[in-house]
Write a protein that binds this ligand. Sequence first.
Ligand SMILES: *Cc1c(COP(=O)(O)O)cnc(C)c1O
Length: 354
Amino acid sequence: MEEIKIQRTDHPAAKPDAHGLGFGKVFSDHMFLLNYDKGQGWHDPRVVPYGPFTLAPSAMVFHYAQEVFEGLKAYRTADGTVQLFRPIDNARRLKDSCERLCIPPIPEEDFVEAVKTLVKVDIDWVPDVPGTSLYIRPFIIATDASLGVHASHSYIFCIITGPVGAYYAAGINPVKIYVESDDVRAVKGGTGYTKCGGNYAASIRAGERAEEQGYAQVLWLDGVHRKYIEEVGSMNVMFKIDGKIVTPMLTGSVLPGITRRSCIELLKSWGYEVEERLITAQELFDAAKAGKLDEAWGTGTAAVVSPIGEMGWEDQHVVVNGGQIGPVTQKLYDTLTGIQWGTQPDPYGWVVKL
Ligand SMILES: *Cc1c(COP(=O)(O)O)cnc(C)c1O
């Protein structure tokens, strides 16, 4: 990548109170941009003031959703330094997503350099209140002004950031999830293993329905058999059944989460048996009714680890661990957040200082 040009804003925005931060509503002063044009490749890396795009109404992304994204965070440690968590894994996953969506890939080291450069420019936006971080949202959109269905010849890679508080306003409290029997998020052969906007568009209806019934998230079943557990909302999902950790295997319709991988590595290092396999909703509810579902939790960058306290599935309803956060869930949360915020050692080399 060429040298990244930096153009600072003349109108820095007032920073929000770091105690009342929500998720994804406030954005930092700058953004990173990189353009792609066929024949030229990726070019003109730059940091510019945060602001709107001008795109043709016929731009392909608006019609055919040729788009991919990532999500990661920058954390401020007690000594004031700022660090990232496994950013190279985001870079690799973005490449995989690009490959599936026919978008030209961005070299991993360029991705990491772009993220680091942008966060350094907006370093004062990384909040220092416990539990807060700077959320980083890289994304690529297809910009050809054309309604023909084909891979675009031009793209914009953009990174925006913004300070965030805890994902759930109520803190790390067990959530209620609903097993969705009608809508599916993804199918094998589709784009389920990529981070692309289209997956989310397909998921919104079930999410709305679940919310109407008082549930926080949807537990997705596989699209073919409508039987196997895949993910929960925008998180991967794990269960402790009869002492063993069980999590859906990566079948192609499940997103390979970096938090998921980190949890599996931690759990194995603690001596737990971790099974990555197919798991039916029936097995899960049977285990719960037999008193063998010890714990259930979701994993993802935004919420880190999110305990599941109740599950509904058609006319069945079960409570997990008395609706309380369980010890394994708590230990995963404490260890991961400890490594991310630098209050615990990082024996795995996951953390990258700015
Ligand atoms: C991003 C995402 C996850 C979690 O991935 P992390 O890398 O752990 O943040 C899980 N499921 C879906 C559908 C996602 O988009």
